[in-house]
Design a binder for this molecule. Sequence first.
Ligand code: MLT
Length: 266
Amino acid sequence: MLYTSSNTFSRIAYKKHGTGPVIVLLHGFPADHSLWDNIYPGLSSFTTIIPDFPGVGESLGNGEHITIDDMAACVHTILQGEQISAAVIVGHSMGGYVAAAFAEKYPSLMKGMSMVHSTTAADDDERRTMRKKVIELIRKGGKETFIRQMIPNLFAPSFRETNPEVVERQVKKGLLVPDATLIGFYAAMMVRPDRYSVLENTSFPVQWILGKEDGGLPYLKILKQSTVTDINFVNLYSNCGHMSMIENPAQLANDIACFAEYSHKL
Ligand code: MLT
């Protein structure tokens, strides 16, 4: 593990593997860098940078006080420290919200953006109401109830049934995340702005990894965003929910590698 710090966060941890053009892999909620453990070995012709967002893994958080922009600033701090001036940013779900914020703030560093089961849209009212309820539940000591209900639903039903131990492993990891981090991340996602304009103003290629059985972020809604920029890679996985890095890792690693190779060569 490598470490850096910023004015806001005293320890930002990240993994770095390999050599070559850079791919940054941003985890979703409520995961950490280990979410990408099945993916980075398939990206061996690239340098991969894999952070822990503040409050998970080995990165120190700030209690409940964090924004999606703070997370994007952490990515920037890491890239500055590593003297990296061009990267393909890959974000899973919440990590994709961070990728879009990063692209808005630091477009000159972007070679490409890969949205893995993610969207540039803000939360709608229904989702905000759900997040408020979850925050209340966690404050009342209901973390385990929330995690045990949320995590299995990220997977396609057939995967859930045939791989209960894999799902349980993710549940156990989720249970290790401090309450304040869960609340902070949920609040951050709830207030994040719509970033559709990032697509309208962008010249780099964008990849869309979609799971046909993603119940959280339905692929048909996301698909509409894939015609905005000039160059889009769209990869639709059948029999896959929200967790292709676990449900379909070989395909995902291959698709990210193809996209990154193309984007870095432009
Ligand atoms: C994630 O996987 O990061 C979350 O499902 C994102 C969200 O809650 O919007």
